[in-house]
Design a protein around this ligand. Structure first.
Ligand code: HSE
Length: 309
């Protein structure tokens, strides 16, 4: 016998937020994935893609599969779970495309099963999807996709997440140049160890970023958005990255950096007008290089994935 189905939307997200590699992430407003989930008697998972984006046809290669399996295993029941992907951010965008799919799937499944799990537990299930594509169980996309807002991962063992307040005038502009940067490759270029001097700079900035959000201090947020650990190794994936950063700073961006593992780039500003101006700078940069691109101007989405009609 087949149950009713549930649809859920999960937002795109910006992971790392500059200095917070694997420990900071924010949800974007308006852009994300929508999936529909149903359950019937049996055991297994089927995924159908009705979005306009091409996805792996092998379920074992889809991030939704490990997330759904982790959910069903914790539930302790067997069922045939059918997931239909209705709307999808382009994979490999750097704005949490894989996270949005697995987040939406577990949120829909939770609603279908009458809410057996907390949102925090759902983050743990969705992290299994991240592990499939990057080899690491990081939560800096799935946590904001499920919990919304800006989320700080204080620790992973056990998972300890803190949702931070966001200043009203915090605006984020994101450009997605249509080039491919594989998360696993972007992680492989990072050093295994970092010098103490860099570590001191980095944890000073992470502390400053968290304090800036907690105190609603935009200047402290902006001057803490400096990454000496990851950005230097990844910027080579993005054409003319230093030049883009300079143009954004000249146009009044308070900070800019790579979104997640790239190739998207984000910039922070304090007004909608400025955020739109920065989107023009981004668009012109990639247009001039002949690279197709999408730009988004967004507030931080206060609520995470949700059931939709
Ligand atoms: N923190 C992860 C990384 C995010 O930078 O590799 C991947 O989107």
């Amino acid at each position: 016998m087949k149950n009713k189905s549930v649809k859920a939307f999960a937002p795109a997200s910006v992971a790392n937020m500059s200095c917070g590699f694997d420990v900071m992430g924010m949800a974007l407003d308006g852009v994300g994935d929508t999936v529909e989930v149903s359950m019937s008697e049996g055991d297994g998972i089927k995924i159908e893609n009705k979005s306009d984006v091409s996805l792996p046809t092998d379920v074992e290669k889809n991030v939704i599969t490990p997330a759904v399996r982790a959910f069903m295993q914790a539930l302790g029941k067997k069922a045939m779970v059918e997931v239909t992907v209705l709307k999808k951010i382009l994979p490999g965008s750097g704005i949490g495309s894989s996270a949005a799919s697995s987040a939406a799937a577990v949120v829909a499944l939770n609603a279908l099963c009458d809410y057996p799990f907390s949102p925090e537990k759902l983050v743990e299930f969705a992290m299994e999807g991240e592990c499939l594509i990057s080899g690491t169980r990081h939560a800096d996309n799935v946590a904001p996709a499920i919990l919304g807002g800006v989320v700080f991962m204080r620790g992973y063992e056990p998972l300890d997440m803190v949702k931070l307040p966001v200043p009203e005038h915090f605006w984020c502009t994101v450009v997605h140049p249509h080039i491919t940067v594989n998360t696993a490759d972007a992680r492989a270029v990072l050093p295994k160890e970092i010098p103490m001097r860099k570590a001191v700079t980095q944890w000073g900035n992470v502390g400053g970023l968290v304090a800036g959000f907690a105190m609603g201090d935009m200047d402290l947020i902006a001057r803490s958005m400096v990454d000496v650990v990851v950005e230097p190794y990844r910027k080579g994936f993005i054409p003319e990255y230093d030049d883009l950063k300079e143009k954004l700073a000249m146009a009044g961006a308070m900070a800019s950096n790579i979104s997640g593992s790239g190739p998207s780039v984000f910039a922070v500003s304090q007004s909608k007008e400025k955020a739109h101006l920065l989107s023009e700078v981004m668009r012109r940069h990639f247009d001039a290089l002949g690279i197709k691109n999408d730009v988004y101007v967004s507030h931080v989405m206060p609520h995470g994935a949700r059931v939709v009609e």
